[in-house]
Design a protein around this ligand. Sequence first.
Ligand code: HDE
Length: 727
Amino acid sequence: MLKLLVLLRLSVIFHAQAQTPKQNELQDVRTDTAGQIETTDTGVEDNTANSLRAGPRGYNLLEDTTVRKKIFHFDHERVPERVVHALGHGAYGTFESYGDWSNLTSACWLGAGAESDIFTRFSVVVASNGGSESGRDTHGFATKVYSQCGNHDLVGNHVPSFFINDGADFPDLVHAVKYEADKGFPTGGSAHTTAYDFFTQHTEGTFQLMTVLSDLGIPRDVRHISGNGVHTFRFINGAGQSKLFKWYWKPMLGHRALVYDEATKIAGKNNNFQRIDLYNNIAAGIYPEWEFLVQLFPDDGTYMWNGIDLLDSTIVIPFEMNPPITLGKMTLNKNPTNFFAEPESISFAPSNVVKGISFVPDPLLQWRLMSYDDTANHRHNSPNGYLLPVNRAIAPINNNYRDGYMQPLLFQGASTSSPNDIGGVIGASLNNTINGTLPYTGTPPEVIDGAIGRYPNLRDSFGQARAFWATLDKYAQQHTVDAYRFELGHVSDTDVQQRYINNILNKVDNCLARRVAVGIGATLPPIGSGPNTESNTTTKVPSWYPLTSSFEPNKSNAGLVIGILADDVHLSTADLAAMQPIFSAQKVFYEVVSTHIGTLKTGIYANQSFITTSSVFYDAVILGGPTSSTPATTTTTNNSNSTNSQNPPTPPSDATDFIQEAYGHGKAIAALGTSVDMLKALGIDVDADKGVFGGSAEAAAGAVLEALKGTVRFPERRPVDDGGICK
Ligand code: HDE
C-alpha cells in the first residue's frame, strides 16, 4: 500500500512546513548519511560489509572490531516494548488555542494566541508490536504539548470511560486480556476465557466493554477517532480559582467505523493499514484536525456532578447533560523522521502537566501518575529518557538531576544541590503563592480528612451500559450482539460464558442477553428475568454519549479511497477524466483495480490488481462503464468465465467477489453506463436509498461521495434479528 502515494492521481499541494520551536530544535539532531563515506563508530573510514578473514575461505579474525561492533550494536537494537499500547505510531503537529482561557487556567498553551508544537501517538492496547492495528481494541490517543511553560501530556483513549476505577486492578486487567499464561494465546484480542473471567468479576467495566464491542471498537483509522482524557482534572487560573474538567479531542473529519468482517480482513491483509493511512494523508498535505473540548464542573469538594461521580472513570458525563466548550485545535502535519527515535522512544506521562492544570483523587489516575515514569525508566533503561530529542521540553530545563546511564549533557560548575550559595541552580520559592495556590504544584489547598483503609471500588456497573445500548439503532445493536457472540464464542470455559450472560448482560438488558446466548449455545436467561430496554431505533446519533457513535454524519471525505474497477474495455479515459476533479475537490484518493497491474488497452494505468488489493481497502467502489470498443454482447474482460450470452453479463470472478464483498460490507457502489447490468446480474439493483448508483461518470462519482459523507454505510443490506427470541 505504500506505493499508494506514488500512484494516486490526486493533485496534491505540498504545504511548506513552518519552522516551529520544536522542529528547529529537532533539525539540529537530524542526521543525514546520504552520500557519505562509511565509517566505524569512531569515525574511521572502513568497509563494514565484508568481514576480515584469514584468506578468502579462511576463519574470521578476532581483531575485526569493525564488524564485531556492528554485530554487537545490532544485538542490542531492541528495547522492551510498552507493556500495554505497544503497537503505535504518530506524527508531529501544532496546537492552537482558540482564545484567552486565562479565566479558567494559567496553562500557557491555552493562553490568548498560543500556538504550541505537539506530537501525538496512536496505539492499540493489547496487541504487541507487529500485531494488527485494525483488530477490535481500545485505541490510545496520547499527545505531548511542547509548550513555552513546559511539556504537558494529554494521555487518553479513543473511548471516554475505562474498564476499572482503581489502579490496583490494572495489572490484573492487563494480564487477563493479554494471552493466557499457560497457553501463550491468543495474542492481540480479548476474545478468550481469562478476559471474560475478569470482566465477570469486575462488573464496573461493563459499559466500557460494550463501547469497545460496538462499532466504536473498530474505527476505520486514527484520523476518525476521538480522544478522551477519561479522568476528571482540575483547572486553576492565575487568581487561584479552580474548576474541574474532562477533556476530549473531537475529530473534525467525524467518526468512521469498519464492519467486523472487514476489520478482520484488513488486519490479516495489511496489519499497518492505520499507520499507512495517517502517513499517506500527512504526506499528501491532507492534515487531520481535532478540536479540544472540555466539560466543566464546579470544584466544590464533593467531586460529584448531578449525582454522577467524577472520580469514577468507568462512567461518563453525557454531553447532552453537560455540553462541552471548545478551547482550541490540533493539526497533525509532519510525519516522523525516524520511527524508533520518535513514536517508539517518546514517553508520555499523565503526571506531566504545566501550572494551571492538576489532579483529583481518582484512584485510577493517582496510580497512573506513578506508573508512566517508572515504565519509561524501564524502557529507556535510564532515567535520562526525558533528554531524548522527542521527549525534551523546549522550555528551559534547570535542575540537579545528574548522571545515570547515557546522560549526554556537560553540566558546568561544582554545585549539584539546591538551595546553594555557590553558583548552582536557584531554588524556586516556596512562598510564591497566588491567593493560596501553590503555582509549582498547581494545586489549591485541600483539606484531606479520611480514615486510612483499603476501600471497595466504586461501582455503577450497568446503568450507563443500558443507556448506551438504548441509543444504538437496530443495526448498531446487531453489530454489538454479534461482537459479544464472537468474543464469548471464543471463551473455552462455558461456565465463564454463562456467568457473563447471567450476571452481566442480563442485568443490562434481558433481550441482549438472550440474543447473545442463543448465538453461542448458552442457556437463555428466562424472559423478564432482566430489565427490558426500549431501543431508540429512530435516532442514529446517540447524542447521549460523548462524541457520538460511528453513525454521526461525516463532514468530510478527505483521505478516503475509492476503488475503480477497470479492464481493457471498461472505463474510458473520458470517464476517468470526468471523475478526477470531483475526487480532487474533496481530497479523495482513488486507485484503478484490474486483473493485472499495468497499462490497459484504454491507456489507463491500473495500479492495483485483484491479487495486490482487496475491496476492504476502499471506502466505495465504482465499476467502469463500457468504452466504445466494448463488444456489444460480450462481457468485458479477458477472464475465462466471460460468456457471450445476451443476458446481463456477469463480471469475472475476481471482480464479482470484490463487488459482492463491498456490497456485503454496506459500501456505496456505482456502475457507469450499462455496467449497471453487471451489478444486476449479481442481484444488485440500482437503488439510491441502498447506496447503489448508476449513470454517467460525473453523476456516479458525485452520488458516491455524497453517500460517503452521509450515513457512510448501508447496513440495511444485511438482515437483523427481529428480537423474536425476546417475546
Ligand atoms: Fe495507561 N499505561 N495505564 N492508561 N496508557 C501506559 O506507559 C497505566 C490508562 C494510555 O503512546 C504505560 O509508556 C496504569 C487509562 C495510553 O506511549 C503504562 C493505568 C488510560 C498509553 C501505563 C493505566 C490510559 C498508555 C505503558 C491504571 C486512558 C500509551 C507504556 C492506573 C485515559 C502512551 C507507557 C504511548 C501507556 C499504565 C490506565 C492511556 C504501563 C497503571 C485509564 C494512551 O505506564
